[in-house]
Design a protein around this ligand. Structure first.
Ligand code: IVH
Length: 665
C-alpha cells in the first residue's frame, strides 16, 4: 500500500472511531490503539506534507502557536437577543409575534440559553473553513485553529441537502468538568484560578497556543443554520439535519405549540438545568418556521422572532469587611466592597461594586454588615441590600475627600453622582488607564501592547503618557525582563501601524471625558480636523447634533490644559492622524428640507440605501421609528404590518414610491 493510501485509510478509521465516540457515545477501540493510529498519521503527515489533508483529524487536536488573530467581517451580522424576565414580558412577546403573523398558526422552539461565547463556523463544499468569534457583531476574530480543537465539531460534513456554502452558529463553552480540573491544577501550582466557565471560555478561545486550547477540552452546542440558500423549512428541521450529519445539538430543545407550553418548558428546566455539563442562564424562544421568521424580521439589534428568558439571578448573603476606592481612567472614584468570600451562581465572590457615593448613602453600609449580593447580567456582582436586623455595632463607611492614589482633593460636579480626582496628569491609575484606553481596539488598536506591558513601562518611567509610546525604540526595552527581540519588534510595528488609524478613533482614544466612540464620530463628521475642533467655541460645539453642554464643556476643558496640548503636538509630530476627509453631501434640491421619513418594505426604483441617499440628497432626514412628529412613511411592497398600523393610528401620511418621487419635483 502506498503512503497516500495508508494516510487516507488512517483518516477514515480515526474519523469512524471519533464519530462512534462523540456521536454515539460508543468506544469501539481502546484508547491506546486509537492513540497509536493517530500517532502514525501525525508522523506520516509530518514526513509527507504534500499528502496532508486540511480535513485530517490531526487538525483537531491543536498544535502550533498562532501569531495574532485576523479580524474578519461576518457574512451575516451576529446579533443579540432581547431579554425577558417574567411571564408578562413573555406573553407580550407572544402577542407581538401573533400580531406580526396576522393570526396565522405558528410554533416555537425552546432551547436552553448556554452560557459561553457565540461562535460562527463557515463551511464550503462540506469542509470547515473558518471559526470566528462574535467580536462587535460586524467583525470578529478568526480563531479557526482554536475551534478545530472542539472534538464534536465536524471538520468535514457530508450531506446531500446542505448547499455549497453555509454558516453554522453555536455557543462555545468550557464544560464544568474541564473548568474544575483546570482550576484544581492552577490552585495546586499556586496560580490564580479561572473566575467562571464563561470567562474561561472566552479567554480560552482567544489563546495563542491552540495546544493549550485542546488541553482544555472545549465544547460547542450548535443553535443556528444561516446561508444564502436555505434548504430547511423550519429551525427544528435544520437542527435535526445538522445533528444527523454530525453536529452537536443539545437534546434539550423542544417544539412548543403555544406560549403556555413554553412556560412549562421554563418550569421544567428551572432546577434540572443545574445538572447539565455547562452553565445556562435562561432559555431562548424562537419562532420555528423560517418563512415566518423572515416575515417578522429584525430590529436594529435583534430578531423579532426570538427572545431570551432569563432565570432570576441568585442571591447570596455575606459580611462586608471594608470598602476600597478605585480610581478609573477619567478619575472617577468607585467604592468597592471587600466581602467575606461567598459562593454565588458558580463563582466565589470576594468583591462587589457600590457604584458611587449616592449608592453608598442609600445602602447606609456599616462595617461588618450582612449584605445581599446579586449577579445580574454583568460579571461584577452588586450589593442590593443590607440585613439591618443582623446589624451589630459598626462604623459607617465614609466616602473619602481625597484621592486614595494621589491624595488630591476630590471634586463632584453639580448634578453628577460620581466623585472625580482632578489630577488627571499626575494620578497613576488615571495615567495608566488613559494609556490602556488609547491602545484599545476601538481607539488606536495597538495590538501587541497589553495591560501588563503598559503597567511595566509606566512603573519604569519609560511611558508616562500616550505620546511617549511613539518615542519607544528597542533600546528602551533593554534590561526589562520577558521581552524577546521578536515581541519588541511586534510592539513597535503595531505602534507604527497605529499612525494610519482614522482621526475619529484617535479622538476617541484621547479619552476626553464623555467623548465615547459615537460622540467622537459626530465631532469628526462636523469639524473634520483637530485644528477646527480646538478652535470651536461652546456655541460651535453645542450646535452639533447630540452635543450638549456637558460634553461641550468637557471638550473645552480638555483642550484648555497645556499638558494635553503638548501631548497632541507630540502625537501630531509622530504622524498620528488628526484630520479626516469627509465626503460632502451635494444637495440635489431642497425639496424635502426639514422633512423626516421612515421607509419600509421593498421598492422598485430604489434599493433601501438608494432611497435613503435620495432623501438626504434632497434635504430630508431618515429615521427608524414612527412617532407623532414624523412627516411621511414611504411604503414599499411587503412593508411591516406593525409600522402600517402605528402610522395609521398616529395619522401619519403614508405615501407610495411614486408619490415620493412626485414630492421631489
Ligand atoms: S440564538 C440573534 N440560541 O445568547 C441571536 N443564542 O443574546 C440568535 N445563546 O450571544 C442567537 N444559547 O451566543 C441562540 N440556544 C441559543 C443560545 C444563544 C446561548 C447566546 C448567543 C448570543 C446570546 C444572545
Amino acid at each position: 500500500m502506498d503512503i497516500n493510501q495508508r494516510m487516507n485509510e488512517l483518516i477514515e478509521k480515526i474519523n469512524l472511531y471519533n464519530e462512534a465516540y462523540y456521536q454515539q457515545n460508543e468506544s469501539i477501540i481502546s484508547d491506546q490503539a486509537f492513540d497509536l493510529l493517530l500517532a502514525e498519521l501525525i508522523k506520516l503527515e509530518q514526513e509527507n506534507p504534500l499528502f496532508a489533508r486540511s480535513d485530517s483529524p490531526t487538525q483537531k487536536v491543536g498544535g502550533t502557536i498562532t501569531k495574532e488573530f485576523k479580524s474578519v467581517t461576518h457574512q451575516f451580522p451576529m446579533l443579540s437577543l432581547g431579554n425577558t424576565y417574567n411571564e408578562t414580558d413573555l406573553r407580550d412577546f407572544d402577542e407581538r409575534v401573533k400580531k406580526g403573523l396576522e393570526g396565522e398558526d405558528f410554533e416555537y422552539v425552546c432551547e436552553l440559553k448556554f452560557d459561553g461565547v457565540a461562535l460562527s463556523f463557515w463551511y464550503t463544499n462540506g469542509v470547515l473553513q473558518k471559526g470566528v468569534t462574535r467580536g462587535d457583531g460586524t467583525r470578529g476574530d478568526d480563531i479557526t485553529a482554536n475551534v478545530k480543537t472542539i472534538k464534536s465539531l465536524p471538520i468535514r460534513v457530508s450531506s446531500t441537502i446542505l448547499p455549497s456554502t453555509y454558516e453554522i452558529r453555536g455557543e462555545g463553552y468550557m464544560p464544568i468538568t474541564s473548568f474544575d480540573r483546570i482550576n484544581a491544577e492552577k490552585i495546586a501550582k499556586g496560580d490564580q484560578p479561572l473566575a467562571n466557565p464563561r470567562n474561561a471560555a472566552s479567554g480560552t478561545f482567544k489563546m495563542q497556543d491552540s495546544a493549550e486550547v485542546a488541553r482544555r477540552e472545549m465544547e460547542c452546542f450548535i443553535y443556528s443554520y444561516l446561508g444564502n440558500e436555505n434548504p430547511f423549512n423550519s429551525h427544528s428541521e435544520a437542527l435535526e439535519h445538522l445533528k444527523s450529519v454530525g453536529f452537536s445539538i443539545s437534546p434539550t430543545y423542544r417544539v412548543c405549540a403555544s406560549i403556555d407550553e413554553v412556560l412549562t418548558y421554563i418550569e421544567d428546566w428551572t432546577e434540572k438545568r443545574n445538572d447539565l455539563p455547562l452553565n445556562t442562564d435562561g432559555i431562548v424562544i424562537k419562532v420555528n418556521d423560517f418563512g415566518q421568521q423572515e416575515r417578522l424580521g429584525f430590529t436594529a439589534k435583534s430578531p423579532r422572532w426570538a427572545i431570551a428568558f432569563k432565570y432570576p439571578s441568585e442571591i447570596a448573603q455575606t459580611r462586608i469587611n471594608s470598602v476600597s476606592y478605585q480610581v478609573g481612567r477619567t478619575g472617577n472614584v468607585t467604592p468597592v466592597a471587600n466581602l467575606e468570600p461567598v459562593y454565588l451562581a458558580g463563582t466565589v465572590i470576594k468583591r462587589a461594586s457600590i457604584h458611587n457615593a449616592n449608592e453608598m448613602e442609600r445602602l447606609d453600609l456599616r462595617e461588618g454588615d450582612t449584605v445581599f449580593i446579586e449577579k445580574g447580567g454583568e460579571i461584577i456582582p452588586k450589593i442590593t441590600g443590607v440585613d439591618t436586623s443582623a446589624r451589630k455595632e459598626g462604623n459607617a463607611f465614609v466616602f473619602p475627600h481625597a484621592c486614595p492614589s494621589c491624595s488630591t482633593e476630590l471634586v463632584r460636579l453639580e448634578g453628577e453622582a460620581n466623585h472625580y480626582c482632578p489630577n488627571d496628569t499626575g494620578c497613576p491609575p488615571q495615567i495608566k488607564g488613559k494609556i490602556e484606553h488609547f491602545i484599545a481596539r476601538k481607539a488606536l488598536n495597538i495590538e501587541n501592547l497589553g495591560t501588563e506591558t503598559v503597567d511595566l513601562l509606566f512603573e519604569k518611567g519609560i511611558v508616562q503618557n500616550v505620546a511617549d509610546l511613539y518615542d519607544l525604540n528597542a533600546d528602551k526595552f533593554i534590561g526589562l525582563e520577558g521581552f524577546q527581540s521578536k515581541s519588541i519588534q511586534n510592539i513597535l510595528s503595531s505602534i507604527e501601524k497605529s499612525k494610519q488609524i482614522p482621526f475619529r478613533q484617535v479622538l476617541f482614544g484621547l479619552g476626553i471625558r464623555h467623548v465615547g466612540a459615537t460622540i467622537a464620530e459626530k465631532l469628526v463628521l462636523h469639524f473634520h480636523s483637530l485644528e477646527n475642533l480646538m478652535q470651536a467655541s461652546l456655541e460651535d460645539l453645542i450646535a452639533v447634533p447630540e452635543i450638549g453642554d456637558r460634553i461641550a464643556l468637557s471638550v473645552l476643558e480638555y483642550f484648555a490644559a497645556s499638558e494635553n496640548k503638548d501631548i497632541i503636538e507630540r502625537l501630531k509630530r509622530a504622524g498620528v492622524q488628526f484630520s479626516e476627509e469627509i465626503s460632502e453631501i451635494v444637495l440635489e434640491t431642497t425639496a424635502l428640507d426639514g422633512k423626516t421619513f421612515v421607509i419600509s418594505g421593498v421598492f422598485s426604483h430604489f434599493d433601501r440605501d438608494g432611497l435613503k441617499a435620495k432623501i438626504i440628497a434632497n434635504g430630508g432626514k431618515v429615521v427608524s421609528s414612527i412617532s407623532a412628529k414624523l412627516d411621511y412613511l414611504v411604503a414599499g411592497e411587503n412593508m411591516g404590518p406593525a409600522k402600517l398600523e402605528k402610522a395609521n393610528s398616529l395619522s401619519i401620511p403614508i405615501i407610495s414610491e411614486d408619490e415620493f418621487i412626485a414630492l421631489l419635483s
